[in-house]
Design a binder for this molecule. Structure first.
Ligand SMILES: Cc1cc2nc3c(=O)[nH]c(=O)nc-3n(C[C@H](O)[C@H](O)[C@H](O)COP(=O)(O)OP(=O)(O)OC[C@H]3O[C@@H](n4cnc5c(N)ncnc54)[C@H](O)[C@@H]3O)c2cc1C
Length: 206
């Protein structure tokens, strides 16, 4: 048997038929749609937003979440294959998909109310609502306990003060999952009024 240089341990032989189909279709997308344009997009310093509807139509956004929320309900192996194939084309495209899926859609699914799930997840699966995840701050990201962003309750609202940096999708997001210190310790909030950040990718919410 000829060795495949990109799969020396022949991992593919361990995959189910469905997992192989997913791997093949994302590989085709990467070859046909990402690789031909990604060099120019890099030179132009732009994110190829035109690919978002196709990525969504393939079921790649929130792919492991239930169909009830417009998602594909795939297993974790499939999600790994999706990310692996996208990463082969471009790390930014993979980041777009994994931040949307794991850092935004999953927390809404796991910790949000049913009302919030139904409000956000189907639109996020369709790529119509883009999410970002604001944890890292300008002074550092490895030590979240040292977070400087503060959220204070103001009647029925939260007022958040602070700065976030290196936020993937921050410049294009419609909703932000933001981490902040509160009187009860570090908490996370989702804000549909996330300010659209301009470069360098720093989101400051007031
Ligand atoms: C492409 C990209 C996308 C990103 N997207 C996001 C995003 O969507 N959302 C988000 O919140 N963040 C995002 N980040 C930020 C990322 O999570 C942080 O860069 C990361 O957490 C590290 O934080 P830092 O860069 O501030 O480094 P620092 O925390 O300042 O650390 C600097 C160096 O010191 C080392 N170090 C730190 N503490 C210790 C210690 N106690 N002992 C030994 N060594 C230590 C670290 O390993 C590192 O090498 C992104 C970063 C990149 C590069």
């Amino acid at each position: 048997m000829a060795l495949n240089p990109t799969d020396l341990f022949d991992i593919r032989s361990l995959l189910s038929e469905e997992e192989r189909m997913i791997q093949d279709s994302v590989a085709r997308f990467t070859d046909e749609r990402v690789l031909p344009i990604i060099g120019d997009a890099f030179d132009q310093a732009r994110f190829p937003k035109e690919l978002i509807p196709e990525i969504a139509a393939m079921g790649l956004l929130g792919s492991s979440l239930p169909e009830k929320y417009g998602c594909a309900n795939l297993n974790a192996v499939s999600y790994g294959l999706i990310c692996q194939e996208l990463e082969r084309g471009d790390s930014g495209i993979r980041s777009f998909v994994s931040v949307q899926s794991s850092l935004c859609m999953y927390p809404i699914y796991a910790y949000g109310s049913e009302e919030q799930r139904l409000q956000y997840l189907p639109g996020m699966a369709r790529g119509e609502i883009i999410g970002c995840f604001g944890l890292t701050e300008p002074h550092g990201g490895s030590d979240p306990a040292n977070m400087k962003t503060v959220a204070k309750k103001d009647g029925g609202d939260w007022v958040i003060n602070g700065a976030k940096m290196w936020i993937t999708n921050g410049g294009v997001a419609d909703i932000a999952i933001v981490w902040a210190q509160t009187d009860e310790g570090i908490q996370v909030s989702s804000s549909p009024r996330a300010r659209r950040a301009s470069p360098p990718r720093t989101c400051t919410a007031r």
